[in-house]
Write a protein that binds this ligand. Structure first.
Ligand code: FES
Length: 158
């Protein structure tokens, strides 16, 4: 590959919209790959931009970093997702979005009983403590324990 086809971390950050720190993090996590030039500076192939677009789209749908890694790892030879890959992978994202919408609707419906109240009681407030999560031991799970499970995934760095 011609070295002029390679992108610096700054160029990738500018063109992808990700912070340089996020790019370094993704590289350390094995989601994107860079070579080093003679001076030890990162150089990315242009295909990294499509890979980053995939990461952003997946994060917007609510996938965790681990789930994004799993999707990317399933691609042969670590290639960048093609149009066919995209259609296959996103076919099961719709169901996931439906689940998240249902969880948000449930949260919204619980809000109706809170309007004008403000007690935030763990005993009776369905927004403060939905499904009595405070009482069922679910606080061992990651994220804000009192949010519905589908709404408390860790955020992906951007
Ligand atoms: S704030 Fe009182 S029930 Fe939710």
């Amino acid at each position: 590959m011609d070295k002029h086809d390679l992108l610096t971390v700054g160029a990738v950050a500018q063109r992808s919209g990700f912070a340089a720190s996020a790019l370094r993090y993704y590289e350390a996590q094995g989601l994107i790959f860079a070579d080093r030039n003679a001076g030890g500076q990162r150089r990315f192939e242009r295909s990294v931009l499509r890979r980053l677009a995939f990461i952003r789209a997946a994060a917007n749908v609510g996938l965790t970093l681990e789930e994004i890694r799993t999707e990317l790892d399933m691609l042969p030879g670590g290639r960048t997702p093609t149009k066919a890959d995209w259609q296959r992978i996103t076919s099961h994202w719709r169901g996931r979005l439906d689940e998240q919408i249902a969880a948000l609707e449930k949260l919204r419906d619980g809000l109706d009983s809170c309007i004008g109240c403000g007690c935030l009681s763990l005993q009776r407030c369905s927004i403060s403590n939905p499904d009595d999560r405070a009482g069922n031991g679910s606080e061992a799970e990651p994220g804000a324990a009192f949010l519905p499970r589908l709404l408390r995934r860790p955020q992906v760095p951007r």
